[in-house]
Design a binder for this molecule. Structure first.
Ligand code: MN
Ligand code: MN
Length: 465
């Protein structure tokens, strides 16, 4: 038998601890950083708005539009907006691109309700907009909260009406109604996902009829009159529109200690903003840094603005061409932090988690070696070598980190864009900020984790190893 006396048990054991205990000096910096983050949230409730706000910040930071074939030297900063919905930004490194890129990727689309192509209707003297939910929403969470309309509507002449209604204090808001408890007996019998269905997610638009008493659909017509007055649009113009129904409330501090932020759309702006800030603040990096804020993650990354398309890799290939570098050589030498939110351990729903492998709000940037479901299917499983690289980078820079999985095995699961990057022969690992109430209209994150995400992206951008 081999019994020992462990002199320093803490050097043998692994246990993640809070940022407050490990890096108390970071609290003040985190508070300051999150002011900019809240502005990013409030100015970018859709992927289009987030891309535009990012473009403004990039221009202010001296980024020039990328033109294929342009001459680029170390320290140059260029960007490209893909179809108004994705951001690509790069800082040219001192090393040749043949030695690889340092890629930070996050997404700026969030779960929401989109308007259908023919959305407006009237029933029992009330006008509504029909919606089709986008991404993984728990439908019962969307009624009885104030909602805003954001998007673009193209008129017959090809001109664009941009709308944002419900954000200003003086704006009206919209909502989806629910049944009163007094008449809810039958609804209460249903399973949670069936209590509110996709066909129930109709947005209340108004109740006043037009003055003409003989007309049909008078309430609907009154809404169309008001829309036509304000935006010069007709009902047909909704067929060429992208209008998103999102929560009308703003990002707010949560908790008496103000340590948390509650907001719509943390997934995944809580990684996108820190990644963008780190990219913008990087000067003369050793490796060329690239920050990608993508669209369509919440619906599986397909389509021309999703990471399953070639748009990111075309951009990287075109960067390589400016130096006459073979992109295959560059990709094989590259590393990518694929950032997306992780499931924050929730003690009120402890049953869903395995505590030792949970990721916790307030304990720093979270690493997921893999995601997926049903026995690690449909995931990029980062190599031990890459985890080792990342954890040593974080340790060297005093960044508080944790590692885990998304809840208990076989409860569900989910994927990220990591696999689409890894499938292009680029070493990729998942990281992200833990979120409570993920995918709900009011998600919650810890400020210190947002800040540690930023520190992680920054350290990776500046890494010269
Ligand atoms: Mn996400
Ligand atoms: Mn998501």
């Amino acid at each position: 038998m081999e019994q020992r006396n462990a002199k320093n048990p803490e050097t043998l054991l692994y246990k993640n601890k809070s940022v407050a205990d490990l890096a108390p000096d970071a609290l003040e910096a985190a508070e300051a950083f999150c002011e900019g983050y809240k502005a990013f949230l409030n100015n970018g409730k859709t992927e289009r708005e987030a891309a535009r706000y990012s473009e403004t910040l990039l221009k202010e930071a001296g980024y020039r539009p990328f033109v294929p074939g342009m001459e680029l030297k170390a320290g140059d900063k260029v960007y490209k907006i893909n179809r108004s919905k994705c951001v690509l930004a790069a800082t040219i490194g001192q090393k040749s691109m043949a030695e690889g890129f340092h890629l930070n990727i996050a997404h700026i689309d969030s779960p929401r309700l989109d308007l259908r192509p023919v959305p407006l209707y009237e029933k029992s003297d009330l006008a509504y907009l029909r919606t089709h939910y986008y991404g993984g929403v728990r439908k019962y969470q969307w009624p009885t909260i104030p909602l805003a309309l954001h998007g673009v509507i193209y008129r017959a002449d090809g001109s664009c009406a941009e709308i944002s209604i419900g954000e200003k204090e003086s704006d009206p808001v919209f909502c989806i109604t629910d049944l009163l408890p007094h008449l809810g007996a039958k609804q209460n019998e249903k399973k949670l996902p069936d209590g509110i269905t996709g066909e129930n997610l109709n947005v209340l638009m108004g109740s006043l009829p037009i003055q003409d008493k003989e007309a049909e659909d008078r309430v609907k017509l009154n809404i169309l009159c008001l829309l036509n007055e304000a935006y010069g649009i007709t009902e047909a113009d909704f067929t060429r529109a992208e209008v998103e129904v999102v929560p009308a409330f703003k990002a707010r501090d949560v908790g008496l200690d103000r340590s948390l932020i509650g907001s719509y759309g943390h997934d995944d702006r809580v990684d996108a903003y820190p990644a963008l800030m780190a990219e913008m603040e990087t000067k003369n990096p050793a490796y060329t840094t690239v920050c990608v804020l993508t669209d369509k993650e919440e619906t599986g990354s397909d389509g021309v603005t999703g990471l399953n398309s070639m748009y990111t890799f075309h951009f990287l290939q075109q960067l390589c061409e400016t130096q006459g570098v073979n992109p295959i050589i560059a990709f094989q030498a590259s590393k990518c932090l694929s950032a997306d939110v992780t499931a924050g351990y929730d003690p009120s729903f402890a049953d869903a988690f395995e505590p030792s492998n949970g990721t916790y709000a307030g304990r720093g940037i979270a690493i997921y070696k893999y995601t997926g479901a049903r026995g690690k299917s449909s995931t990029n499983d980062a190599s031990a070598e890459l985890v080792s690289y990342l954890t040593s980078l974080l340790e060297d820079n005093g960044i508080v980190w944790q590692i885990g999985e998304m809840g208990k095995i076989d409860l569900g699961g989910g994927g990220t864009v990591a696999k689409y990057v890894a499938n292009q022969d680029i070493d990729t690992i998942d990281i992200g900020v833990p979120v409570l109430s993920m995918h709900s209209p009011f998600e919650v994150v810890a400020k210190v984790d947002v800040y540690m995400a930023y520190r992680t992206f920054k350290a990776f951008c500046e890494d010269a190893r």
